[in-house]
Design a protein around this ligand. Structure first.
Ligand SMILES: [Zn+2]
Length: 421
């Protein structure tokens, strides 16, 4: 009699448990402390160690908290509470479900980690509504605007114009492949419903949003700035049209430092003479000097003499490919130190490129992202500016000119100043 009761109770309990697991993550109540919970944690930590081994920069403890909170799946992000999702194909209850995948970390802040399962999208129409922008769609172009902002997206490309500056998203704008069924599908076919265009949520959050407002960004008090004149010593950089990149970067950096000092910033250079400095030494210097931001100065070159213009680089957001590539490779999931400042990087790069475009008036090659060794280990926001093509005879001549240097450094300094306000 008693054992029957125990059995039926057990049946009820496992039934309730499976029901709980079927519920969406954020509606789950706190996980009951049972024997199975402790074994699952044990299994989980094996998987965690495996992930950590693949990805040394990944904080094991944080992942542990995140994945084990399937029950308490909410984490704070800025001021908002967002449901935390476990990584796809990964369950804390299974040893082998990771299948060698490295989870995508969307946000890390004060010990909080948000993980995503698969790509997430933001409809441009929703984004417009959320940010008080008017949504206009003409052919393949989507324009979001109000009296302060004007954002232009082109379907099928990463290239956007955000408040007058070319900025590349991590992924192209695309048409929502929504599983609209039945009636809505017919309605759409009849074109009663306009097509819905979307961008990746990481782009909305870390590329577009920071340009609209600095709300939600951590305090951007900028006092100390480290300027990094590219190359030096044995590393000449590009040598074209009788010009050595290392010489010109040092000249630009000195001039920029002078301007920023006049604006009352504390400025230090990673090199002040023609010496070898390794990439890691440069970011290490900015870290130990407690710089608030890092700006690396370079000059460009290309096989074609026609290539010209200025572009500003920052580091790719974790889980996204660099600008010159479309597909996501496993290495794109690796989190670098600088990824803590995704939003700040976007804002700084945009701000500097904007001033360059309006003061120097070059061909705007845009804000791009690339895996740059000099930025990777930064524990503060950082950008790299390609200040012109030395491989283009006309541009090389212009770059040497003191008027160009003057305008260029004024633009960079004002861009930094606009960012830090
Ligand atoms: Zn260079």
């Amino acid at each position: 009699m008693q054992s029957k009761l125990v059995l039926s109770l057990f049946g009820w309990w496992t039934g309730a448990l499976s029901l709980l697991q079927a519920l969406p993550v954020h509606s789950l109540p706190a996980q009951p402390k049972t024997a199975s919970a402790s074994t699952s944690q044990k299994k989980y930590s094996v998987a965690t160690r495996r992930i950590a081994a693949k990805n040394p920069s990944f904080p094991v403890k944080k992942l542990g908290n995140a994945a084990c909170t399937k029950a308490v799946a909410r984490q704070s992000m800025g001021n908002r509470w967002i449901p935390l999702r476990p990584v796809s194909g990964f369950s804390p209850f299974s040893k082998t479900s990771m299948k060698g995948k490295v989870p995508l970390v969307l946000h890390q802040k004060k010990g909080m980690t948000m993980l995503a399962d698969g790509p997430r999208y933001t409809l441009l129409s929703h984004f417009a509504k959320q940010n008080g922008l008017k949504y206009v769609c003409k052919g393949t172009q989507v324009q979001l605007s109000n009296e302060k902002h004007r954002l232009v997206f082109t379907v099928g490309t990463k290239e956007t114009i955000l408040n007058g500056v070319k900025v590349f998203l991590s992924f192209p704008v695309d048409l929502q492949q929504a599983s609209v069924s039945g009636f809505r599908k017919i309605v759409r076919r009849l074109q009663w419903i306009a097509p819905e265009y979307r961008i990746r949520t990481v782009d909305a959050q870390y590329v577009v949003k920071p340009i609209l407002s600095s709300q939600g960004l951590r305090q951007k008090i900028v006092k100390r700035i480290v300027i990094d004149p590219g190359h030096g010593g044995k590393a000449d950089g590009t040598v074209q049209n009788g010009l050595k990149e290392k010489t010109l970067t040092l000249r630009t950096a000195r001039l920029l430092a002078e301007k920023l000092r006049r604006m009352r910033y504390l400025v230090e250079l990673t090199r002040t003479t023609d010496i070898d400095v390794s990439l890691t030494q440069r970011s290490y210097f900015a870290n130990v000097r407690h710089a608030d931001l890092f700006v690396s100065i370079h000059y460009n070159s290309a096989p074609s003499q026609k290539a010209c213009g200025i572009e500003t680089y920052t580091y790719p957001i974790e889980g996204t490919p660099p600008t010159d590539r479309m597909q996501v490779l496993p290495k794109d999931q690796t989190v670098a130190d600088i990824n803590r400042f995704n939003a700040q990087n976007a804002q700084l790069a945009w701000s500097v490129q904007k001033q360059i475009v309006s003061i120097v008036k070059p061909i705007d090659r845009g804000v791009k992202r690339m895996y740059l060794g000099v930025l990777k280990d930064l524990k503060r926001p950082g950008i790299l500016i390609e200040c012109g093509f030395l491989s283009n005879p006309n541009e090389a001549k212009a770059c040497m000119h003191s008027a160009y240097q003057e305008k260029l450094t004024r633009a960079i300094a004002e861009g930094i100043h606009a960012y830090s306000r």
